[in-house]
Design a protein around this ligand. Structure first.
Ligand SMILES: Nc1ncnc2c1ncn2[C@@H]1O[C@H](COP(=O)(O)OP(=O)(O)OP(=O)(O)O)[C@@H](O)[C@H]1O
Ligand SMILES: [Mg+2]
Length: 235
């Protein structure tokens, strides 16, 4: 569903961060990209959604080239993004945050789909409350729902478990798994939390200094894989 070939990307001040990155995300699956701090996970996410222009390579969404397109064009083509640190609009209510996610994609009606609120019941309960007053876990649910409100085909999640208590991490993993299994959504997730990954991902890819060095590793056994943890993670 998402095919990234030879991707290069970086920053004017820092040179290339991603250098010849290759990864393939099958339809209706969750692939977790694991790697230490500073290895390029966020740079990868931002390059795919178009917030960062790539310097070379190909990004195919369902066979369609999206590298070189604007962030709006990629959203319209079906890319959804939940940034690291969530970035919900703190002064806006749940309803307003979801509406912003909804209208970011042209052609959708302004009504928030009922199934979204069933996935995240807390959002219905707090419909008119300011997002800034929420816990980290509640903000993460809102950020994911905001991205889903734009009806993406591929959802990019940048460290969704960061700063969230373990019980909520587990709940979030279950919700994402349910979404993929029932709707056919495709997810690429950057993570460092092995509990999150083992609870919902199909496979794991490791990123090291801007390149994917191993991929297609079943996520179920990742917590016991001490050798790869020592090699690629700060564990
Ligand atoms: N805006 C920027 N300008 C210059 N260099 C940057 C910028 N953002 C990130 N970098 C550099 O790019 C490299 C990759 O950073 P990136 O944020 O993609 O890593 P990451 O894997 O997401 O790390 P973390 O786990 O801490 O979120 C790092 O060396 C970082 O210092
Ligand atoms: Mg990051």
């Amino acid at each position: 569903m998402l095919e990234i070939v030879g991707l290069k990307a970086g920053y004017p001040s820092g040179g290339l961060v991603l250098n010849d990155l290759n990864i393939s995300i099958p339809r209706a699956s969750i692939v977790a990209v694991l790697g230490r701090n500073g290895m390029g996970k966020t740079t990868l996410m931002r390059s795919v959604c178009g917030l960062l222009a790539s310097a070379g390579g190909s990004i195919l969404l369902d066979g369609q080239e999206i590298a070189g397109r604007t962030v709006f064009e990629r959203a319209r083509a079906g890319i959804g993004f939940v940034p690291q640190g969530r970035e919900v609009f703190a002064d806006f209510s749940v309803a307003e945050n979801l509406l912003i996610g909804r209208i970011a994609k042209p052609g959708l009606s302004p009504e928030i789909p009922e199934h979204l609120l069933s996935l995240f019941p807390i959002l219905r309960e707090r419909w008119n409350q300011r997002a800034g007053s929420f816990s980290g876990g509640q903000q993460q649910q809102l950020a994911i729902a905001r991205a889903l409100a734009g009806e993406p085909r591929v959802l990019l999640l940048d460290e969704p478990s960061e700063g969230i208590q373990p019980s909520i991490v587990h709940q979030l993993a279950g919700t994402l798994r349910q979404l993929v299994d029932t709707t056919g959504l495709t997810i690429m997730m950057a993570e460092q939390n092995l509990d999150m990954v083992a609870a919902c991902a199909d496979t794991v890819a490791f990123i090291d200094h801007g390149a994917i060095v191993e991929s297609g590793i079943p996520a179920a056994g990742i917590r016991e894989d001490r050798a790869r943890q020592a090699k690629f993670l700060s564990i």
